[in-house]
Design a protein around this ligand. Structure first.
Ligand code: SF4
Length: 590
């Protein structure tokens, strides 16, 4: 029987609260078509590998993934800082200003390093460098190649959704292709779809993979498997880029999935108890989609891919309910992340009604827009159906800015819905953006004021600082949207683009300052509310465990000071540069 391995490459992402959905969606579909599938999350494997190397002995026996994630990230950062100082062959690819990378660390999975390594003369050397490439060390030490051989895999699908996964994916592909000549490798995912034209210019990367699947992958992957197994012509496989005369060639057929013809996601093989949310709550938490793409689809900065967009599609509610029942029965799922870009008020209402009517016992959360349709009665219904929290991308507290970025949100609706959630007992998570095109300091302060005024109704706020990303409207028409940015032809895989404002006033540094201001104001309000002494507690030291942990990668041994606040269940990294009050402030209030 034809056998496929679907895998997540390692990139050291410690923010995986929930299992991924791409490989489970594909796995469910392929299994229903009669293909045997094995799934592997090598990112979780890599985390476990690092954890074992760092924490196997000493004061940290039995450390959780959550605790380890703080320490190992910091550790990897330190290792790469050493490389920077020593002028290694790849030092020039690291960020000279690691603290300046807002979205990232400065490791072998950082966007900065990856986009430079991919275009550098050192790519192959690094991929094959057993001393320096920690992904390679992981694959070798964990004997992944011989596992694949023993499993009798015919086709490997590697899902690459973020730039940070590319080096891990290429390392795996390189190892497999050197050792197992008959195993075919296909890459797919959002990163692959976004950079498809650049990938086509790299026939030299055929040493890492054989096929590139772009956009939605279910029908193309099955068709590819069928073509390989039955020796059919690859040109009829939709959404496929394949080898012909040592070049990449794109097939002509295009497939757009009908969600009602897809299958229930299959999570078999994934370490479901180890994702952070499951580890925190002790409950199996899964991921699901009730629709694909966004019904609004107008925001000028939107990075929701893949492109081109096929349009908003929902799965039939009967099928959704059947899927949920299967996930509860098969995986004992008790918490669900609905990971659509956004769930409409209308679909949320119908879903909630069905969950209540069918007495489905699980909790859930999802992303939604602050649309008028989220009335108090819809929110109360959702709460009664097990909704624990809703995440909203509000981005700005200024109506002018919201209109300019075509967010389609009325700030008064936003206030009403946030309070409606609070009254219904649903946690509100807000995503905010600072430094948006044309945003003035006063408008950014409106955002900060909004968040401080409504702090009592909001469970948490995450800030993004605006960067230009490929293919969105701002990227295509920067002048029209009030910015200027330099393109880097020598970095074709660049994801975050620095830019300068033409009319906007909120630079990256000012945005950082505004975030600090927000935190200070929260501290002040909290102190005022408590009416008791300093806002920052000084006694947490007694609850910290400190240790010096040596760890060697390549030729470097570095050590860190790591603590864990047992009461708050939060990791704390102590640098020599960290002042105690800074550490306390950071981990008490972020
Ligand atoms: S609401 Fe979100 S997903 Fe939809 S267009 Fe705007 S940013 Fe994109």
């Amino acid at each position: 029987m034809f056998k496929a391995l679907l895998c997540i490459p390692p990139n050291y992402c410690y923010t995986y609260d929930f299992p991924p959905l791409a490989t489970p969606m594909l796995s469910g579909y392929l299994k229903d078509k009669g293909i045997e599938v094995i799934q592997a999350d090598y990112n979780m494997g890599y985390l476990d590998y690092l954890k074992r190397r760092v924490f196997n002995s000493g004061a940290f026996g039995g450390i959780s993934n959550f605790e380890a994630s703080f320490a190992t990230t910091k550790l990897l950062n330190k290792i790469f800082e050493e490389k920077l100082k020593k002028n290694y062959y790849y030092s020039s690819l690291l960020s000279p200003d690691p603290l300046g990378i807002f979205y990232d660390d400065n490791t072998n999975s950082s966007f900065h390093f990856v986009e430079r390594l991919l275009s550098s003369e050192y790519l192959i050397r690094y991929i094959e460098d057993r001393k320096e490439n920690t992904f390679l060390q992981f694959f070798i030490d964990e004997a992944i190649v011989s596992q694949v051989e023993k499993q009798g895999i015919n086709l490997i699908g590697i899902s690459i959704t973020a730039p940070s996964q590319a080096i891990g994916a290429f390392t795996l592909g390189s190892l497999i292709k050197q050792a197992l000549k008959d195993v075919r490798i296909a890459i797919g995912g959002q990163w692959v779809s976004l950079f498809r034209e650049e990938l086509k210019k790299r026939p030299d990367w055929q040493r890492f993979f054989d096929y590139i699947i772009i956009f939605e992958g279910e029908t193309p992957f099955y068709s590819l498997a069928d073509s390989i197994y039955n020796n059919k012509d690859l040109s009829s496989v939709p959404n496929l880029i394949y080898k012909a005369d040592s070049q990449w060639v794109q097939s002509e057929p295009v497939s757009k999935e009908d969600l009602n013809k897809l299958s229930c996601p299959d999570f078999e093989g994934l370490p479901l108890k180890e994702y952070l949310e499951a580890e925190r709550s002790g409950k199996i938490t899964l991921t699901y989609q009730t629709a694909r793409e966004c019904y609004w689809n107008k925001c000028i900065y939107c990075v929701d891919l893949p492109l081109p967009k096929y349009g908003y599609r929902e799965r039939d509610m009967d099928l959704i309910v059947d899927d949920i029942k299967k996930l509860i029965t098969k995986h004992k799922m008790s918490f669900l992340e609905i990971s659509n870009p956004t769930v409409s008020a209308e679909q949320l209402k119908r879903l909630s009604e069905r969950i209540i009517r069918e007495k489905l016992d699980f909790s859930w959360w999802c992303f939604v827009r602050l649309d008028k349709g989220f009335t108090n009665s819809v929110l109360e219904l959702a709460k009664n159906a097990g909704c624990k929290s809703l995440a909203f991308g509000l981005e700005s507290g200024s109506q002018r800015v919201l209109d300019f970025i075509r967010k389609g949100i009325d700030i008064d609706d936003a206030k009403r819905i946030i309070m409606g959630c609070y009254n219904a007992g649903i946690n509100v998570h807000l995503q905010m953006m600072l430094g948006l095109p044309t945003e003035t300091i006063d408008e950014a302060l409106e955002t900060i004021k909004f968040l401080v005024d409504y702090r009592g109704y909001i469970a948490d706020v995450s800030f993004n600082i605006y960067y230009v990303t490929p293919s969105c409207k701002v990227y295509l028409y920067p002048q029209q949207y009030g910015i200027d940015f330099k393109r880097y032809p020598d970095l074709p895989f660049k994801f975050f683009h620095e830019f300068s404002h033409i009319s906007g006033e909120v630079s990256k540094d000012k945005a950082y300052g505004l975030i600090q201001l927000y935190r200070q104001l929260l501290l002040k309000k909290k102190a005022e509310a408590n009416n008791a002494g300093p806002a920052v507690t000084k006694n947490a030291d007694s609850r910290l465990v400190k240790s010096n942990l040596p760890f060697t990668v390549g030729e470097d041994t570095v050590s860190i000071l790591y603590g864990f606040d047992k009461d708050k269940k939060e990791g704390i990294i102590l640098d020599s540069t960290d002042r105690e009050e800074d550490v306390q402030a950071r981990y008490s209030y972020i």
